[in-house]
Design a protein around this ligand. Sequence first.
Ligand SMILES: NC(=O)c1ccc[n+]([C@@H]2O[C@H](COP(=O)([O-])OP(=O)(O)OC[C@H]3O[C@@H](n4cnc5c(N)ncnc54)[C@H](O)[C@@H]3O)[C@@H](O)[C@H]2O)c1
Length: 348
Amino acid sequence: MAAMHLVASDPLEAMTAGIFEAAGTPADLAAEVARHLVSANLAGHDSHGVIRIPAYLQQIESGRLAADGRPVVVHETAATAIVDANRGFGQVGAAHALQVAIGKASSAGAGVVSIRRCGHIGRLGHYAETAAAQGFISMIVYGNMGPGTGLTAPFGGARRHLGTNPWSFGVPSGETQPVVVDFATTVVAEGKVQVARAKHAELQPGQIVDKDGHPSTNPEDLYAGGMLLPAAGHKGYGLSLVASLLGAGLTAEEVPDNGVGAGVVVMAIDPRAFGALETFTATIDNLSAGVEAVAPAPGFEKVLLPGGPEAASRASRRANGVPIAPDTWDVISGAAAKLGVAVAPLLA
Ligand SMILES: NC(=O)c1ccc[n+]([C@@H]2O[C@H](COP(=O)([O-])OP(=O)(O)OC[C@H]3O[C@@H](n4cnc5c(N)ncnc54)[C@H](O)[C@@H]3O)[C@@H](O)[C@H]2O)c1
């Protein structure tokens, strides 16, 4: 594996925002996207960080992504809303939808918001962390499906039909860290295959199959017609299917005639609607401490709370810099230079 470059997070974020501004994104939206991408790198999820810049630029160039698309609420009730992201950045649409959901939860106890015409929303845990920091429970889900639509075969199927269809849940706490559960419903997220490919690394067995359905550990096989496998067989498949049914069903304007659909759903719950906030957060602290105190199994140091690995990565990468594969760095620093944006310095 090639040695990684190290870049400090603040200049990396400034460079990322500069790139999107230069590509036609208003400064406030570019800042939101840059914050999201670098926060994914800080959290240790490089698959959803700055590695995405070239793909987003390509989507802007091809007209698929509207660099200046601003989300708007197009329909609402006391506890629900539909946001139209106007083909803009998913990070911008989802951040807006989350605040709409939190606003509804503040007044109605819970808020459910769907998002249509939305770009890639990035790392879902980002929104769950944001909601938890504001004292709200959250659920964020994205799903897409249809013949040839995603890279995943349904359980028992031998063709691509589902996306990686991730779910995230966030639970605010008092003294302990918030619990943030955030994962794709495939054994491995596609972005992680991209990262392995960029590093010229092998995948773990059981994550992908090649175009003929044979097990493979070579990331290139996925991009040569292969498939991702659902996590835990029929169970991951079920979660993946419901992600798509909710996303597509709650954003549909007309009935699809070919089994193709996609969308995002964001939910916020105000714990205060169920009792005193202090009782809720102290209960979460108590339960979380209990699970963390479980004796570790052989080979494990300790039981972690979901969200813990990301918090640890954030602390370390803020202090020491964000590692970026040289191939990835060449592409994104090249894009910055081409657009006249100052390239962030590499750390020694
Ligand atoms: N926008 C999209 O379309 C899309 C699609 C797929 C995935 N994603 C994102 O990709 C990212 C990676 O997904 P993934 O499936 O590879 O996630 P993953 O397998 O890395 O799992 C991450 C989750 O598991 C928890 N976790 C990890 N190790 C743990 C441990 N030892 N004990 C307890 N909890 C632990 C983490 O805190 C986190 O909640 C996610 O952020 C997801 O939102 C986005």
